[in-house]
Design a protein around this ligand. Structure first.
Ligand code: GLC
Length: 728
């Protein structure tokens, strides 16, 4: 039995029991208008004693999108997925959970609709695995909210979803620049060296991260005075070079007498409690730690204020990690291992092998155990005590809320970069996520391409993966190809793990350096387009990155998972396989203008008819396609975003009839755009005889734009170019 509430014409809530108020949804739910219903559209419902099971019969050609950060294909059919946020750095094809839990689906086919299950613990999605035509959702509880979006327009489903959960977060403009990270740069000197290397080698760069080793004994909100004697001066000096420092912060607070964060948390009862009512103990990087109880608003306020430590230094970006929360081991876990050792000692000779294997299994399975998550508790604002396992998927969400609320207070009117590893629906309105600990594997490039699309349809517009791969060693070829992909993802960060082959662009050979430098420069040349498209995407609640099937009717596009729309005019088809000199590309519906991009200055363009094509793309080349009657907007690359005013734009268009583009810009760092302080240039291009008629209209009441001249490189359907320029 459910109660139903119409959230909008297209979105209905079906409530079962008394769900936990997760905070994912921001739309008003008026409980006085609830109606009793016994059925749900699209699903058969079976209730058992401790679970509710939803089954939907999928038609043969139905495609299932969604589930945000999860492995497997873009069309989720044929696999089982488990929503239970998990720190697992081995993203092998058999894995069912990653760091975030995103129970959102779009079923596209005979009957098209979307759904969101707002329930913060384990949910199993069997998307045609057990039975290839059955979608089965198992919720091991009777208390949850189930939303259904009823429209056969996929973009509209996303729009409804964003109306329910909030508009995507907008980072500062510099966050669209290139970002460099490594676990770890071990000292201030090393960071300064990395920064100078970027400038020396003329590789644009906006951000460098400091990973856990900047802290004193991994104590959050401290810096190591030996290795980073003057962190604040480092931040200030590098800011002069246009480089922003972003520090990592983990939730685990080291248990150490006299350490203020620990002392304050303990004194005020801010940590999660164990079964015995004492502060729960779990080991992470700092050794034994306590976990702040982010589900409590006093704790969030306290934690949020702690970021002042960084904002006072001029820092405007925070990287919150390990917030599933990751647990390396607990004392209970160690005891479990000790017991297997004792059993080994007591075992008879013929049982020794089994006993040793038990020791091995227990020892290698100490991290992220469900038993551990069942062993600690949260205290909500109204005093209710909740077992962590019941709300597990919310921990990262509420750590992000603590940070977002804190940063908003500390930096009124300013934007900040805020990253989280774990997430839940709704986090996208406060900050963003990256895709966690991938590996330098070609397979993970493809995973990156697919997840980028799945996350965008859930409001995580600004996202990306560790470019080059986090774990394992990157080959020069892999790094180059991944940089080509990364240059066309909103969040573009090269990050690698301790012990792996260094992955900065200069760590390989001269050719790799030259090619990757050109890629980063290409990224910066694209910034006017990227930023304008991103802001327009947020404004219109249209994903910034979209599967082709969200844009084109053409049935074939449902099979295309490794090409995507990047903004409204550009399709990207990255080469993601080893030793390839090109790739097959499917061009839907219309003609496309292909740019085999390498150096941004070299524009080799060719018109293609719709259909299948083999596109040559040597190691230094990336296949880009401009849509018919679409355009991109470029500028001269800079060393960092905002190094100089943009005084000239270059519009590259493919116009066969009429093309219109609304170019957007604002100051890039403040929230003034919310007050209407932004600029537009409306660009109108119409084919007229053999030439083009171009109309420009600037709307810039706050004098934001410094653009004096717009150059046009407009191609017609034969690939003939007309070059012109206009002063504005
Ligand atoms: C986790 C993060 C990774 C980071 C490492 C050390 O594995 O996902 O990005 O570098 O911890 O802090």
């Amino acid at each position: 039995m459910f109660t139903k509430f119409g959230v909008s014409n297209l979105t209905s809530l079906y409530r079962s029991g008394k769900p936990f108020a997760t905070g994912a949804v921001i739309a008003t739910i008026d409980e006085s208008k609830f109606q009793q219903v016994s059925t749900l559209p699209h699903f058969d419902v079976e209730e058992t004693e401790d679970s509710v099971i939803f089954t939907h019969k999928m038609a043969k050609g139905d495609v299932v999108y969604g589930l945000g950060e999860s492995l497997g294909p873009l069309n989720k059919r044929g696999r089982i997925y488990r929503m239970y946020s998990t720190d697992d750095p081995e993203h092998t094809p058999d894995k069912k959970s990653l760091y975030g839990s995103h129970p959102f689906l779009i079923i596209d086919g005979v009957s098209t609709f979307g759904l969101l299950v707002d329930y913060p613990s384990e949910i199993i999605f069997d998307v045609g695995f057990t039975n290839k035509d059955i979608l089965k959702i198992t919720i091991p509880s009777h208390n949850f909210d189930f939303y259904i979006f009823e429209t056969d327009d996929k973009q509209k489903i996303v729009e409804e979803y964003l109306q329910l959960t909030g508009k995507p977060y907008i980072p500062p403009k510099w966050a669209f620049g290139f970002q460099q990270s490594r676990w770890s740069y071990f000292s201030e000197n090393e960071i300064r060296d990395v920064a100078s290397k970027f400038r020396e080698l003329s590789i644009p760069c906006d951000v460098i991260y400091t990973d856990i080793d900047y802290m004193e004994r991994y104590k959050v909100f401290t810096t190591d005075k030996m290795r980073f004697p003057d962190y604040a001066s480092m931040v200030k000096d590098l800011a002069k070079e246009g480089i922003k420092i972003v520090p990592i912060i983990d939730p685990g607070v080291r248990i150490e007498e006299g350490y203020p964060v620990y002392e304050e948390g303990k004194r005020n009862g801010y940590f999660c409690k164990g079964k015995d009512g004492k502060d729960y103990v779990a080991a992470v990087w700092p050794g034994l730690t306590h976990f702040p109880d982010f589900l409590n608003s006093d704790v969030r306020t306290w934690w949020g204020e702690k970021y002042k430590f960084f904002t006072d230094m001029g820092i405007r970006g925070i990287w919150n990690d390990m917030n599933e929360p990751a647990v390396f081991y607990t004392l209970d876990g160690v005891n479990r291992v000790v017991r297997t050792i004792e059993e080994f000692e007591k075992s008879d000779e013929e049982d020794k092998l089994d006993a040793v294997l038990n020791v091995r299994d227990a020892a290698s399975n100490m991290a992220v155990k469900r038993e551990d998550y069942k062993s600690f508790y949260h205290r909500l604002d109204d005093g209710t005590i909740v077992n962590h396992d019941d709300v597990h998927n919310l921990y990262g969400f509420y750590m992000t809320k603590a940070a977002a609320d804190g940063l908003s207070k500390l930096l009124p009117g300013e934007r900040y970069l805020l990253l989280s590893r774990s997430s839940y629906p709704g986090l996208h309105r406060m900050g963003t996520i990256w895709m966690g600990d991938n590996k330098s594997w070609w397979e993970h490039m493809l995973a990156n391409i697919r997840m980028l699309q799945s996350l965008n349809m859930m409001g995580f517009f600004y996202t990306g993966a560790d470019v080059g791969g986090f774990g394992s060693d990157a080959s020069p070829e892999l790094l180059i190809r991944w940089m080509e992909l990364g240059a066309f993802t909103p969040y573009f960060r090269n990050h690698s793990a301790l012990g792996t082959r260094p992955q900065e662009l200069w760590q390989f050979d001269e050719e790799t350096l030259n090619i990757t430098r050109d890629i980063v420069r290409l990224r910066y040349a694209f910034l006017p387009y990227t930023y304008s498209e991103f802001m327009n995407a947020v404004e219109t609640s249209t994903p910034f990155v979209m599967p082709l099937s969200f844009v084109f009717e053409d049935e074939r596009t449902k099979d295309i998972e490794d090409q995507y729309m990047y903004g409204s005019s550009l399709m990207v088809a990255p080469v993601h396989e080893q030793n390839k000199k090109g790739r097959y590309v499917y061009l839907p519906e219309s003609k496309w203008l292909n740019w085999i991009a390498s150096k941004y200055e070299d524009r080799e363009m060719k018109v293609y008819e719709p259909g299948d094509h083999y596109i040559k793309a040597d190691l230094h080349e990336i296949p880009l396609f401009i849509k018919q009657n679409g355009m991109i907007v470029l500028t001269e690359p800079m060393n960092y975003v905002g190094e100089r005013y943009v005084t000239e734009l270059t519009v590259v268009g493919f116009v066969t009839g009429h093309a219109h583009y609304d170019y957007y810009d604002d100051d890039g760092t403040s929230l003034n755009y919310l007050k209407g302080e932004y600029a537009n240039i409306s660009i109108d291009i119409a084919k007229e005889g053999k030439g083009f008629k171009i109309n420009l209209r600037k709307n810039d009441p706050n004098d934001i734009l410094k653009i004096k001249k717009v150059r046009f490189e407009i191609y017609d359907d034969q690939g003939n170019i007309q070059i012109s320029s206009k002063m504005i």
